[in-house]
Design a protein around this ligand. Structure first.
Ligand SMILES: NC(=O)c1ccc[n+]([C@@H]2O[C@H](COP(=O)([O-])OP(=O)(O)OC[C@H]3O[C@@H](n4cnc5c(N)ncnc54)[C@H](O)[C@@H]3O)[C@@H](O)[C@H]2O)c1
Length: 294
């Protein structure tokens, strides 16, 4: 992409973390920004912060799990600006726990936000991106979309799906003579955001059911979950600054690069997985992921 100045960017999950940094990053390039998020109060703060950079900023309360809500976001963007040039399907939630302990509501919530959120974004924005003269779409997956991390079953499944959608779209767009749409997938390692408290956005109807289980079994699972959550929270605290991740995404959009890895050193783990696949060996983890973080 030649320039982002005066163009229009849409970012979901823009009230916090990587999304907020992306919105500020686009504003820094002179782009107008539509910020979408389910959490209204931090969304309004982010909108004010972006507008202070001298561009137009619009905050739109949006639930990416709801097709109509994302459709309304696309329409509001077109109504206001007449076009859209950069889209980041970034909203996501992280839920941990062993597959054996997952309830169906755990799968549903994470897949609804992390996978269906991206599907809705691609569905509603792609026609407008194809119409624009030069445009780019990015979705946020994770390193967990390139290798499976224990304790993150629903998240791994959703993020592999996001990588698959974006890879497919990239191949299709490069063969489509009517489209000038760049495609990227962001696969971050650990980034310092609010994802450890993602449960704050979990809808009431998808709350976990409390089950009666033998006391010693329940206590041991609770202790495991607490230990895992504490490890994740500590790792996030030491994680990369989201502004650094946003800068990498923006650079990739200028250069039309598909893969955006915040922590390329994690390719050693991904390549370990891919080598095992090539050799048809059973999966094992390299030591850096052995404790089940992200
Ligand atoms: N932080 C990390 O270490 C890390 C690593 C890999 C991938 N990611 C991915 O990065 C993306 C951004 O997450 P983050 O780390 O900045 O977390 P975050 O919690 O700081 O931000 C996520 C934002 O998404 C919003 N959101 C949640 N559910 C929503 C919904 N249904 N509709 C609209 N918005 C919704 C939240 O309100 C929040 O503002 C996610 O897709 C996440 O899976 C994060």
């Amino acid at each position: 992409m030649e320039s982002m100045a005066g163009r229009v960017a849409v970012v979901t999950g823009a009230a916090s973390g990587i999304g907020r940094a992306l919105a500020l990053g686009f504003a820094g390039q002179g782009a107008n920004v539509v910020l979408a998020d389910i959490e209204e109060a931090p969304l309004r703060e982010a909108e004010t912060e972006v507008a202070a950079r001298g561009v137009e900023a619009i905050g739109a309360v949006t639930d990416v799990t709801d097709a109509d809500s994302v459709g309304a976001l696309a329409q509001a963007t077109i109504d206001r600006f007449g076009a859209v040039h950069m889209v980041c399907n970034n909203a996501g939630v992280g839920g941990g726990g062993l597959v054996r302990n997952q309830q169906l509501v755990d799968w549903k919530w994470v897949v609804d936000v992390c996978l269906w959120g991206v599907i809705h974004g691609v569905h509603h924005f792609l026609p407008h991106l194809i119409q624009a003269e030069e445009s780019h779409i990015m979705s946020t997956a994770s390193v967990a979309g390139l290798m499976s991390v224990p304790g993150l079953g629903p998240y791994n499944a959703a993020k592999y799906g996001v990588v698959a959608i974006m890879e497919t779209l990239h191949l299709e767009m490069t063969r489509d003579p009517d489209a000038d749409v760049g495609v990227s997938v962001l696969c971050p390692g650990v980034v310092r955001t609010n994802i450890a408290t993602a449960q704050r956005n979990r809808p009431a109807e998808l709350r976990r059911e409390r089950r009666r289980r033998p006391e010693n079994e329940a206590a041991s699972d609770t202790a495991d979950a607490r230990r895992r959550n504490a490890n994740i929270a500590a790792a996030l605290e030491r994680g990369m600054d989201p502004a650094e991740v946003a800068a990498k995404v923006i650079e990739a959009m200028y250069e039309r690069r598909f893969w955006v890895l915040s922590h390329p050193e994690l390719l050693a783990d991904v390549n370990h997985r891919n080598r095992q696949l090539a050799d048809l060996e059973n999966p094992t983890l390299r030591s850096s992921f052995a404790d089940g973080g992200e």
